[in-house]
Design a protein around this ligand. Sequence first.
Ligand code: ADP
Ligand code: ZN
Ligand code: MG
Length: 473
Amino acid sequence: MNYEAVIGLEIHAQLLTETKIFCGCSTRFGSEPNTQTCPVCIGMPGVLPVLNKRVVEFAIKAGLAMNCKISPYSRFARKNYFYPDLPKGYQISQYELPICEHGYIDINVNGYTRRVGITRIHMEEDAGKNIHEKDCSLVDLNRTGVPLLEIVTEPDIRTPQEAALFMKKLRAILRYIGVCDGNMEQGSLRCDANVSIRPEGSSEMGTKTEIKNINSFRFVEKALEYEIKRQIKILRDGGEIVQETRLWNSETGRTESMRSKEEAHDYRYFPEPDLVPLEISHEMLEQIRATLPELPDEKIKRFVTDYRLPDYDAQILSEERDIAEWFEEAVRLGAKPKEVSNWILTEIMRYLNETGQEISEIKLKPLHLFELLNLIEKGTISRNIAKNILPEMLNTGNSAEKIVQEKGLTQISDTSELESLVDEILNRNPKEVQRYREGETKLLGFFVGQVMKATKGKANPKIVNEILRRKLS
Ligand code: ADP
Ligand code: ZN
Ligand code: MG
């Protein structure tokens, strides 16, 4: 029997607000432990939370960007549990009435589109961090009260690859709208994956397990692949899947049981009495809608129609808003879209990967690429030379013109100069000339190579080809 997987994700995204969700403490990452705390976020008795308006705006922005209905009336709830990094003994979250519901995100999987439903998006506060040392455990409450969005999907995902693509798309959207930096390694974007399997063609849902502790796109895929195989093996061996929470261990590449359904918490949710229900006016909703930027899907479509880019190029360029904007800036200056795209997708992205920089941080600006492409177009330099000088442009921010001048890399397009050089080479290689004339025309490449060698790659290849063909015929 063949099985198919059913996958639903629960994602936590840390919001890029200056201050926490219910107090004025800073949300900055990496400060000295417990220096960004106050009576409210460390849960002293008698304190009152005050909702950060920016958090609501960000939640609505995310909801709109993910095609959700924004609830005009929503409410906060207490989720009760005890843990040393949660000094209040409860987390303020949303439960029955979340701020956003019924949305979706489309992902492009090997050419087909899959629509993944968004069940809900709600706001909540993060907990602190327990740090376990050899002989003691320490608690850092700087993260307590940092605002989070929890985004829950419908069980619409069918493969680990789709799950990873979904996470990438979600991350792109959150970054486009500027509400989350999407950094999975630092934990500002975290993902729990729910997965079950069922016989192919069946519409019933099997018993699911939940995998926690996944902190990269690659691990989303790996953890699910492992877990699906594990579940299939159990069913094939006549066993039963136990509903449980499992932890992904990236060192062993396995998931490990953490707690079963029986050990699951009963959170005793109830409406948060310290906060009034949240009402969103039509005006506020429309004001926020007006601030939404063009989103990845729209950008991809526009790049394909306006610039005649292949779908593949449009998708990659649109993954990061900064890269898409860099591309468009170069095109606006007059560069050919497909040319700009080729250079970004190869040389420039490789440089970004190698240096770990964002495109906005590098010294090469759209104008520099435009000028470089111009030099190729005008025949001043060959494409090869352009490729050779790009690293220096990236490292120094110098213009192509300057580097070409300094290094004397100008392409030789002077016909008479090239003609005499060709004559010389033909004279030096009489045997090859004869073979060429007897029909071995693929020797043309050999002659072009000789000219290039003699000119250190600076000869204009088009003119060299013309001269060689003429002289050899
Ligand atoms: P729980 O009550 O265990 O939290 P929910 O119904 O709230 O479960 O769903 C949590 C997540 O698990 C959602 O993303 C949902 O799409 C997904 N999910 C629910 N049931 C299944 C299932 N049988 N197989 C895979 N994923 C599921
Ligand atoms: Zn505080
Ligand atoms: Mg649930």
